[in-house]
Structure formats: structure tokens, C-alpha cells
Design a binder for this molecule. Structure first.
Ligand code: SF4
Length: 314
């Protein structure tokens, strides 16, 4: 996860709940990808350290357990950078250029984003996984093309040098796309998030601003819940309420103001334990947790890198 600062509902539902479930029965490695953050904002690093801490506090508040999972910062494991360089030798530039998010991001953020490092972003993602010998990666739908490229790189490496690297498999979250306040995917870059650290009043205020079905103009107009982001968030906040909301919306018995009021109430109940835990964690030794994690991560990464270098004879 990139160190974007405060985590939001999309992180909790899309990724973290799955991370916690994985950690019950598997060895798990979770990385704060600070080098990835540089690929799109290399000139804005003032808040990087604070954002790393905020992300880790968010993980801990939602129940990620550092005694079950290895939590570390990408740049604290230099073997990742070395493996990235070695694998970059066998990746055709055309493979990286055809990844859909490469062109999409340039269109969205401007041509100045198209650096050498940014082009190699999907390769660095593969290295993050391969270096820890990861066999399963929890990803959103928009990352599947990156993983497919990563699997091609692994196959090319293993065909060239012998079977050393593992081809990772994707596991999609049950809720891969959590809609934000404006109906687009919830994302800090769109400014449409409900943050885990928002208090109840802020959450309620944000929910009131959410877009709804544009055809439901008056209170008693019948609506289409399937196109409404408020309805989508009801599934997260309280699934038991969903049939009632759907029926009320379709029949026109439920107005959007009331529907949003119910959502805000349920969301606040859902998020309250996370908020309380986040407050309790303020004094926790995040640096100590990350130092322990980096030590474990470096052990695994060193072994993988040694195998790769032996196979490549470098
Ligand atoms: S009643 Fe609820 S689900 Fe239906 S359009 Fe309004 S906010 Fe959306």
C-alpha cells in the first residue's frame, strides 16, 4: 500500500479486511510502498515519513496484527531495489508501455509523470511480491493487468535461468470497488473519501453530500438503487438493511435524505471501534514495529536475491 496518509473506507473494505483474513492461516507480508510513492510524486517528499506512520496506524487500528504479519517499509529492504534492477534487464519496454494504467495515468496526471521510474512501476510491484516468495496477492480489479505482466516476467525469468521465482496469483476482494462520495472509485486523489479517522459528525456531513440516482428527483419518485453509491455503501455498513433500502427506493417510499441518514448512522456504528482503537494507538512504537518487520523481510529477501543472482551468475 502506498503511503497516502489517512486511510479511508475503501482501504478497509477493499484490502485490509482481506489482509486480516489471510493472516489467520498464512504467512503474510504487508509493505508500505514508499518507493512507489516516488514514481508519481518524487518532488513532494516532505510528508512521506508522516504518511508512512499514518498508514501503519490505520492498519493497526483496523486489526492488522504485527505479531501475525510482517509489516515493513519498502525502502528499508534494499534487496527490493537490487532485484528490480536485475529483473529490469529482461523486461521489454513494450510490455510496460502496454499496461493500461500507464496511458490512463499519463492522461489523468499529465505527461510529466512519464519518468523511467514510473514506466517500471508494475515491475516494481512484481518485485515486491517475488522477493518475499509471495504466492497470493490481494488486489483490486485495476491492478490485475500489473499482476499479469508480473507473471509474464516470472515466466521469462524461469525459462531463461531455471525455476527460481514463484508466479503469484491474484485474490480479488469481495468489494473490489468501493464508491466514493461522487460515485467514482473511493480514492484520495479524487477527494471523495470517508476517512477512517473522520469523526461521526464529519462522516454524517460527507454522506449528506453523496450523489444518488439522478432520476430520483422528488422524495416519492421511484429510484434505481443499483446505480446509487449510497446503496452500495449500505452493503458495507449494514447488509441486513439492504433489502429494505432497495424496496423503499424502488417503490418511492424511501427518500434520499432519509436513506442517507440511515447510512450515516450505520456507517458511524461500523467505524466507531476503528476510531477508538486509532486514538488508543497514538503512543504505540510504530518505528519499533517497522524495524522488526524490516529485519524479517530482509532475511527472506536476501535469500531470494541470492538465488536469483546465482541463477543469473552475477
Ligand atoms: S433512496 Fe437511497 S438508494 Fe435510492 S437513490 Fe436515494 S439514496 Fe440512493
Amino acid at each position: 500500500m502506498r503511503p497516502t496518509g489517512r486511510l479511508h473506507l475503501g482501504h478497509l473494505v477493499g484490502a485490509l479486511s482481506q489482509w486480516i483474513a489471510f493472516a489467520r492461516d498464512n504467512e503474510t507480508f504487508y509493505e508500505v510502498a514508499d518507493l512507489h510513492a516516488l514514481t508519481t510524486s518524487y518532488e513532494r517528499t516532505t510528508d512521506l515519513a508522516a504518511n508512512v506512520r499514518e498508514v501503519v496506524l490505520g492498519w493497526l487500528a483496523t486489526g492488522v496484527d504485527p505479531t501475525r504479519s510482517t509489516l515493513y517499509v519498502q525502502s528499508h529492504v534494499p534487496q527490493i531495489s537490487e532485484l528490480h534492477l536485475l529483473l529490469s534487464m529482461l523486461v521489454p519496454v513494450a510490455w510496460l508501455q502496454r499496461v493500461p494504467t500507464f496511458k490512463d495515468q499519463i492522461n489523468a496526471l499529465g505527461p510529466e509523470i512519464a519518468t523511467y521510474g514510473f514506466l517500471g512501476y508494475p515491475l516494481l510491484q512484481l518485485v515486491d511480491v517475488a522477493v518475499m516468495r509471495g504466492d497470493t496477492v490481494p488486489v483490486g480489479k485495476d491492478q490485475l493487468s500489473h499482476l499479469e505482466l508480473g507473471r509474464e516476467v516470472v515466466r521469462r525469468f524461469n525459462n531463461t535461468y531455471g525455476r527460481v521465482l514463484i508466479e503469484p496469483q491474484a485474490t480479488l476482494s469481495q468489494f473490489p470497488d468501493v464508491p466514493g462520495l461522487d460515485g467514482r472509485k473511493m480514492s484520495k486523489s479524487y477527494g471523495n473519501t470517508i476517512d477512517l479517522a473522520d469523526d461521526a459528525a464529519t462522516t454524517t456531513k460527507k454522506v449528506r453530500t453523496m450523489v444518488t440516482d439522478p432520476l430520483k428527483i422528488r422524495r416519492h419518485d421511484p429510484g434505481r438503487p443499483e446505480v446509487c453509491p449510497v446503496y452500495a455503501l449500505h452493503h458495507i455498513a449494514d447488509p441486513a438493511l439492504v433489502p429494505m433500502v432497495a424496496e423503499g427506493c424502488r417503490s418511492g417510499a424511501l427518500g434520499c435524505v432519509d436513506c442517507k441518514g440511515q447510512l450515516a448512522e450505520r456507517l458511524n456504528a461500523y467505524l466507531q471501534p476503528v476510531r477508538e482503537r486509532r486514538t488508543e494507538l497514538e503512543a504505540i512504537d510504530v518505528d519499533g514495529i517497522l524495524a522488526d518487520g524490516a529485519q524479517r523481510a530482509r532475511e527472506v529477501a536476501s535469500a531470494t536475491l541470492a538465488d536469483v543472482k546465482r541463477a543469473m551468475r552475477v
